[in-house]
Design a protein around this ligand. Structure first.
Ligand code: NAP
Length: 367
């Protein structure tokens, strides 16, 4: 049987959960009858909802699956959480075979779902389109293993390394196709994070407009809660999705109260040694209190610099437009190194053209 073909379908289904399943993974499943026909399909729709396997079983309207194969992108769970274990539904349904894309890397459960099925006499095949199945859940895997979100950094810069002119103008450095692509990146993450100057100068919406997926949460670093309330970010209908980190001493001000009444979450925290908001604390709050598995850093230069210097970036997404801006604002204006040997090195994983721009995806070395 062509398991890869069915796993591709399971991955398509898993993708439909984008933006809704976190902190759970995205999972898709299909059921194949003994003649090789798909008779059931399902995906994990949103956090707390039934898992993909159970959805597929329900959609088939069948009860007995002797001779049938279940193809699922992630190892079925073998523990009770918000829903009962999927392994029990599979065993009770008498499935003959389960084809798994990748094992669940959660250290508490890895392999236990596959083992439970084998012990119950179900044939188990693992590792079909394994890399693709790992990729779709790479944010979840990092989070479940480290309790920290996967951090992406997106920069749109000119050929000579500028993200804005000296006067702050940055609209638009990259082309339309790249900007559309950035919305795709936003669909995939739990939140985007930006500094207060970017909000003030660019007045961005930071949402998803051209795809049918929910917008991510917005995280803003505004130490003194100085941003005026008429900015786009505060007008947006999903204000409830905005979180502002500020210095502790601004937590009880009238402005903090006004923002909180408007549905915006205020997170007062301590400074780091340099007087800036402490990034490690921010990451901790986002992962523990908000259960964020992924975060997209969208600027500006000071924020880019701080995240790189703190070694927090997992993946860099660089859009380089074929433009020369001259003396402007550099992508990493605040990083100043004593020697080339100390530079931050990148392993380039993808290099392609999007419209007229060069698009690079890379991993920070020594991470
Ligand atoms: N082309 C692009 O990809 C792109 C993307 C985004 C922005 N931009 C451009 O970038 C420019 C703004 O960049 P910017 O560097 O001036 O400002 P920024 O990075 O947007 O914001 C920096 C501010 O964030 C606050 N902050 C709090 N904690 C921080 C921390 N740990 N590290 C760094 N900052 C922290 C500080 O406020 P306090 O000063 O109150 O302490 C700091 O001044 C704009 O011109 C915008 O158009 C370009």
């Amino acid at each position: 049987m062509d398991y890869e073909k069915f796993m591709k379908r399971a991955l398509e289904l898993a993708f439909m959960g984008t933006g809704n399943t976190s902190p759970n993974p995205r999972v898709g499943a299909v059921i194949i009858d003994p003649q090789g026909n798909i008779v059931g399909e399902g995906f994990h729709k949103s956090f707390g909802d039934p898992h993909a396997e159970v959805e597929a079983i329900k959609s088939s309207k069948l009860k007995n699956f002797e001779g049938y194969t279940l193809v699922v992108s992630l190892e079925p769970c073998n523990h009770s959480g918000k829903t009962p274990p999927c392994t029990e539904a599979i065993i009770n349904g008498k499935f003959s075979r389960v084809v798994i894309g990748t094992l669940d890397e959660n250290p508490d459960v890895v392999g236990s779902g596959a083992t439970r099925l084998q012990e119950a006499g179900v044939e188990v095949i693992t590792g079909v389109l394994e890399q693709e199945c790992k990729n779709i859940n790479k944010y979840y895997f990092k989070y479940i293993k480290t309790k920290k979100p996967f951090i992406l950094m997106k920069i749109a810069q000119s050929l000579d390394g500028n993200i804005a002119l000296k006067n702050g103008q940055s609209k638009w450095i990259s082309g339309e196709e790249s900007r559309l692509f950035v919305q795709k990146l936003r669909c995939e993450v739990d939140a985007v994070l930006v500094g207060k100057n970017t909000i003030l100068i660019d007045n961005p919406k930071l949402n998803v407009r051209d795809y049918d997926f929910p917008s991510p949460k917005k995280v803003i670093l505004d130490p003194e809660l100085s941003l005026p309330l008429d900015l786009n970010i505060f007008k947006d209908s999903d204000r409830g999705k905005t979180i502002i980190f500020c210095h502790k001493k601004y937590a009880k001000t009238r402005k903090a109260n006004t923002l909180a009444l408007a549905g915006i979450k205020i997170e007062p925290i301590a400074d780091d040694d340099s007087g800036l908001l402490d990034l490690d604390t921010i990451i901790k709050v986002l992962s523990t209190k908000y259960q964020m598995t992924s975060l997209l850093i969208e600027g500006g230069s000071q924020i880019f610099s701080s995240f790189i210097e703190h070694g927090l970036v997992d993946e860099l997404h660089l859009f380089i437009a074929p433009k020369i801006l001259g003396a402007g604002m550099q992508s990493f204006e605040n990083i100043s190194l004593a020697s080339i040997a100390k530079s931050y090195e990148i392993d380039i994983e993808t290099l392609e053209k999007i419209g007229q721009d060069i698009y690079i995806v890379g991993k920070l070395k020594n991470k």
